[in-house]
Write a new protein. Structure first.
Length: 288
C-alpha cells in the first residue's frame, strides 16, 4: 500500500497470496460470487485483487474459498486502476473484533521491537501467528525446526513450528470432511517446490557487484533461496552477496545469491525479488 496506508496499519503485514471469493450484484440485481485474491494480510485488513471497479469507502463481502468464513470489508483506498486488469485495493475489516484470516498478528510496536518475525503454528491447537522473535529463537528454529512459546489459545507454553501454507480452492464435502482449524490451511506439503518455504522476516544485508549495499528484510526463505522487497533495481541474473545476522551472538552467515525473479509492487516504488543461493558455504541451512 502507499505510505499513507502504512501509517494507518495497526499491525504487521504478511505478504501472502490467498485465493478469495467476493459477493457482488450483477446488472440484473442478482447476487453472484467472483474470484479474487489477497496479496498481503494484516490483522485488520488486506491488499486485494478484485475483478470489478471499487470506490473508496465501498463495502465488499469477502469469503474463504472453502468452508463458511466470511466478513465485510471496506475499501480504504484504490491502489491500482481496474481498467486494464484486476484492480488492487487496500481494505479493512468493518468489524475490528473479527479475525477473518485466523492468524494472530503482533502490534506495530511488538513488530518493530523484534529482531525477526515468522509465521508459526502451535503444534497442539494449530493456531497460526506471525510471531515476533529474538535471534536466539530464530537460531532454535533454524537448528531444530521448533521453539517453545506461550500460546494464547492453549493458555500455556507449547511447541511451535513453521506454518507451511497451501490453500485449498475446492469446497469441502461436508458429508465426509471436517472443516480445518484454520481455513488458511497449514502444515500441508508445499506445491511445485523442491524445498519447503517458510514465511520468515529476518534482517537481510545485500551487496551487489558494484559495491552498493542496503539492509532490508526477507519475506520468505527456503533452503535454496529467499524473497525480499526493495526500492533498489537489481538485474535478473546478477549475483549479490546476502548477509544474514542469524547467529544470536555475533557471527553472520554470508552467501552469494543470484537474482532470478522480479515483480513490481503496484502503487509503490518497490519491487519483489526472488534469489537462489549460488553455493551453500554455511554448515547449517537457513531453514531446518
Amino acid at each position: 500500500m502507499t505510505s499513507n496506508a502504512g501509517e494507518r496499519r495497526r499491525s504487521d503485514r504478511l505478504w501472502l497470496t490467498v485465493p478469495l471469493r467476493f459477493e457482488s450484484v450483477d446488472s440484473n440485481g442478482v447476487s453472484v460470487e467472483l474470484d479474487g485474491r489477497a496479496l498481503s494480510l494484516s490483522r485488520y485488513g488486506a491488499r486485494i485483487q478484485y475483478p470489478l471497479p471499487l470506490g473508496k469507502g465501498q463495502a465488499v463481502m469477502v469469503r474463504s474459498p472453502i468452508g463458511r468464513h466470511e466478513a465485510e470489508f471496506r475499501v480504504v483506498e484504490p491502489i491500482v486502476s481496474s481498467k486494464e486488469k484486476d484492480g488492487e485495493y487496500g481494505v479493512e475489516c468493518v468489524d475490528e473484533n473479527e479475525n477473518f484470516w485466523g492468524i494472530d498478528f503482533p502490534t506495530r510496536v511488538e513488530g518493530e521491537q523484534a529482531d525477526a518475525k515468522a509465521l508459526l503454528e502451535c503444534r497442539v491447537c494449530h493456531n497460526m501467528a506471525l510471531v515476533p522473535l529474538n535471534l536466539a529463537e530464530v537460531e532454535a528454529l533454524r537448528s531444530n525446526g521448533k521453539v517453545g512459546m506461550s500460546c494464547t489459545h492453549c493458555k500455556t507454553e507449547t511447541p511451535w513450528s513453521y506454518a507451511e501454507v497451501r490453500v485449498r480452492v475446492k469446497p469441502l464435502n461436508k458429508d465426509t470432511q471436517a472443516e480445518p482449524t484454520n481455513w488458511i490451511a497449514s502444515s500441508l506439503p508445499p506445491l511445485e517446490r523442491g524445498h519447503r518455504r517458510v514465511y520468515m522476516q529476518v534482517p537481510l544485508g545485500l551487496r551487489d557487484s558494484r559495491g552498493s549495499a542496503e539492509v532490508t528484510k526477507t519475506e520468505n526463505i527456503s533452503k535454496c533461496g529467499f524473497c525480499f522487497a526493495s526500492e533498489k533495481k537489481y538485474l535478473t541474473g546478477e549475483i549479490v552477496m546476502s548477509v544474514f545476522p542469524l547467529d544470536p551472538v555475533s557471527q553472520k552467515t554470508e552467501l552469494p545469491a543470484r537474482i532470478v525473479r522480479e515483480q513490481n509492487i503496484e502503487g509503490s516504488g518497490r519491487r519483489f525479488y526472488g534469489a537462489t543461493f549460488e553455493s551453500q558455504t554455511s554448515s547449517k541451512p537457513l531453514v531446518a
